[in-house]
Design a protein around this ligand. Sequence first.
Ligand code: FDA
Length: 309
Amino acid sequence: MLRQSLLALSRSERVKHLVTTMPVSAGIVARYVPGESTREAVGVVEELVGSGRQVTLDHLGEDTLEEAHADATVAAYLEVLSALSERGLTQDAEVSVKLSAVGQALPDGGEKVAARNARLICEAARAAGTTVTLDMEDHTTTDSTLRILRELREDFPGTGAVLQAYLYRTEADCRELATEGSRVRLCKGAYDEPEPVAHQTRREVDLAFVRCLRILMEGDGYPMVASHDPRMVEIAGELARRTGRDSSTYEYQMLYGIRPDEQLRLVAEGSTVRVYVPYGQEWYGYLMRRLAERPSNLTFFARSLVSKK
Ligand code: FDA
């Protein structure tokens, strides 16, 4: 219930204004979003790479309704890719892109605009020596995102996909994408999805995650296991052993600020770990999804609000 309310608020302009203008937001935001500028983002990448982790950088923003805004997001990606390349970081750092930030949500021809913009980012990533992963947003965008993915992969085969275990369709999508060279991030899913399209209970989502993971691990692609859940991490390791995969054929992914000790433990045991690092000013939707995942964060947030009054 609380999760649904928070996810509904993540799309409220009024609450967005309130939260983003309150200085007390800063503490909890900093836990999940390490900086706003390209310089700060690249600094964090350097630090993470120095500790043996890899990175995928996300320039925050979503649901863009103006083409100029989408263009600015593309420019931010080109800038950060060039900065990563200058610092010699593109072996270990790639970028994640939300298609709705580069035009997919535009009322007129959004898919075309997003495809064109995503292509520009893929070209810059290739020139810099790295890759792009297309984040997955709510279920109304899944078909469009997978169409754009297929198109991009014709020229940029390293483009990563994201699949969300909570959607009923995802097992079939996993089968389709578990092919040679196909990078697929599997996550549980972070949006508030209705019963006709998605599993509703934690248990059902966890079971679906394991079924999807098995398909990906048994397939020929490169699974990217995006979960902080200790059980999912353990099961991924077990499936990798059973399917004879070594640590160069799959990776774990976690979000910046969540279970950093576990990230380092996995690195120490020889696993590949990639940290998803969001940066930029448009952190509101991202933060609300993180709060929805963990009610204790909300208590912390509410307490800091009250104490500032
Ligand atoms: P679960 O929510 O069950 O959490 C397991 C444990 O992890 C918790 O008990 C807690 O210890 C810790 N934890 C989880 N969330 C936390 C939080 N916010 N704060 C503190 N601790 C927390 N989703 C999506 O729809 N589209 C996408 O493109 C992506 N991309 C993506 C990339 C990467 C690298 C990751 C790790 C995740 C995503 N997600 C996503 C988000 C994903 O769908 C999911 O909402 C979160 O990862 C939480 O699910 P867990 O699997 O971590 O399990």
